[in-house]
Design a protein around this ligand. Sequence first.
Ligand code: CDP
Length: 218
Amino acid sequence: MIIAIDGPAGAGKSTVSKIVAQKLGFLYIDTGAMYRALTLKVLGEKVDIEDTVGIIEVAKSTVIDLVNNPDSSLRILLDGKDVSRDIRQPYISRFVSDIAKIKEVRKVMLGLQRVLGGQRDCVLDGRDIGTVVFPEADKKFYLDANLSERTRRRHKELQDSGQDTSLSDVELDIHNRDTIDSTRKIAPLKKAEDAVCIDTTKMTISEVVDKVLEEIKK
Ligand code: CDP
């Protein structure tokens, strides 16, 4: 069984997906983390962000793996190295959407995501899971929330992990990524026609999880 959970930054996708996967005993695949890991490598190797050919080369020669820990946390491995924490830094967020809009990069990720998702029951979260990666998913969700609530959540997450950023910087980042992600030519962020839409603005995590589980059981 494949559960697809898409939506913009800060809508609660990864938190909800992780809990839902754990409750169902499914594999959790954070596809955004894969784009983030690639961005970390590209920036680390000082490839120019405008150098599309160079970025594609890096994408083709990089090994990204996701490991689900028993405690439901997720480890992101970049060429065998754990980068779970590094990929959440604001400078990665600033460039990830420019890298994720490159057609060949998406092709590499798509292949990887289909292999990972084809192995066993899983929950995948991202931007194009229900529309492009697994259009035949058994159940699709589109999580959304208004910009100020999404900003508040992401800001809190960053503060909790010891990263000091201002609310206005976080809002700008989310707004910029939303714009690039939803207007790109290949696999833009949009609700799949058959996705269940949940506005999480006024909902707690457990309310969203319950709603998702209830829909899956239907
Ligand atoms: O957690 P957050 O919502 O900030 O974003 P993420 O899920 O970590 O994804 C980071 C970025 O990767 C997004 O802004 C997109 O540019 C890209 N992405 C994508 O293009 N397609 C996906 N399936 C997942 C992420």
